[in-house]
Design a protein around this ligand. Structure first.
Ligand code: AMP
Length: 406
């Protein structure tokens, strides 16, 4: 948990410092919330059940739907933009494996009601910045624009969705058969080529060439986004433009991204997000939205792999009462240390001094405070520096200062 809290707190600190505010949404929601967002097929990926009142419910598989429901019901009248984050467990009925669980944790942030370009840059800066704040050096964001592919596909929303889905899954057989069905087999070759393009801004020209004029606005958008990311201090080595980032779901409208931590192996994707349009699905008016979710479990694995965890804060003092009749006074001293803001613990078993020193050593306390009858009568404590073994007598009045210093 210390490792998980380390990662989570870095995200929370950064999000707060960017002006995002925390919200919490329920662990379960009506099933309809998720089918409205993602279609009926989502049910097989959910923990869905009926409650005793016969209502169809599901454990949340992600946060975005809940955030948008909350926005439409309660937050609509707040000044825009609305910048919110939340963290917690989510549930998906998946095949478990390393880095892929049925209960896992996400760090989620959304901006609702701002202009697309600046808010897309802001969420990317937060997502990439979080990885930096965790100390990760290996960060690879892949940024695409689903609007470009949509403008190249002269089909209605349902057919577009099938084609995008096959591209998302890199299922080229399915792509070709769908395009054949739609009478546009000629699009297979350029689509195949374009989704393999990944690199710096120069690939945008290459991609524009392949699409022969389609998506010009989307390419311009990505160039401007790159400039803004530079202004945020995001290094160009932290991201690539990648035409193959296809988040196939209908509600993604523009910029889409995924972030990898390259040394995690098969489950290397630590986050994803983009610009989407969902408020109207839940009964609100159309409003621009962008956001992301980072996978906490995978970030912890990445931080482990790169060795970025800071050592846990140790106990400042472990108090050892010695002999009969010292317990009460020892607890008073312990309490004064705690009130002074020190992290302090005390023997709760009544062990002898040498066993207690072993214990203090095992839990990593910086100092032990030995309190015998003779010392207490003289207003003194024996303080032992556990690293050096050096021991000295300290007046009780000076104890806090002595324990604060090294
Ligand atoms: P998604 O909501 O599918 O875009 O996922 C966002 C992030 O959550 C992914 O990039 C992963 O880091 C993480 N994630 C997704 N599914 C799982 C899972 N089954 N187990 C652990 N982490 C996951």
């Amino acid at each position: 948990m210390a490792k998980r809290r380390f990662v989570e707190s870095r995200f929370i600190q950064l999000a707060e410092s960017f002006g995002f505010r925390e919200i919490a949404t329920p662990t379960f929601e009506s099933l309809e919330l998720f089918t409205a967002k993602s279609g009926p097929a989502i049910v097989r990926d959910l923990y869905a059940f009926k409650d005793q009142g016969g209502r169809d419910l599901a454990l949340r598989p992600e946060f975005t739907a809940s955030v948008l429901r909350f926005y439409v019901n309660d937050l609509r009248s707040l000044p825009k933009p609305i910048k919110v984050y939340n963290t917690g467990n989510v549930f998906r009925y998946e095949e478990p494996q390393k880095g892929r669980y049925r209960e896992f944790f996400q760090l989620n942030a959304e901006i609702i009601g701002a202009a697309a370009l600046p808010s897309d840059a802001e969420v990317l800066a937060l997502a990439i910045g979080t990885m930096r704040a965790i100390g990760l050096k290996q960060v690879k964001a892949r940024i695409g624009n689903i609007g470009i592919l949509r403008s190249f596909l002269p089909f209605g929303p349902a057919d577009q969705a099938v084609v995008l889905h096959s591209l998302d899954k890199r299922n080229f057989e399915m792509l070709e058969s769908e395009l054949a069905r739609l009478g546009r087999k000629d699009l297979a070759e350029p689509l195949r080529r374009i989704v393999s393009l990944s690199g710096d801004a120069s690939i945008l020209d290459e991609a524009a060439g392949i699409l022969g004029g389609a998506g010009a606005e989307g390419f311009r958008y990505l160039r401007e986004l790159g400039n803004l990311l530079g202004a945020y201090g995001v290094s160009s080595s932290d991201y690539a433009f990648d035409m193959g980032v296809v988040r196939g779901l209908d509600y993604y409208t523009g910029m889409v991204f995924e972030i990898d931590s390259p040394n995690l192996g098969a489950e290397k994707q630590v986050g994803g997000g983009g610009a989407y349009s969902l408020a109207e699905v839940f009964g609100g008016e159309r409003v621009a939205q962008t956001g992301f979710a980072l996978g906490l479990d995978r970030l912890v694995m990445a931080a482990e792999a790169e060795g970025t965890f800071e050592p846990a804060r140790p106990l400042d003092a472990y108090v050892i009462p010695i002999g009969e009749g010292t317990q009460t006074k020892a607890v008073e001293i312990l309490t004064s240390l705690r009130e002074a803001g020190l992290w302090a613990d005390i023997d709760l078993i009544g062990r002898g001094p040498s066993k207690n020193l072993d214990y203090a050593n095992a839990v990593g306390a910086r100092f032990t405070v030995l309190l015998g009858d003779r010392e207490l009568k003289a207003g003194l404590a024996t303080v032992r520096d556990m690293a050096s073994g050096a021991q000295r007598e300290v007046a009780l009045a000076d104890l806090v200062d002595a324990l604060r210093s090294r």
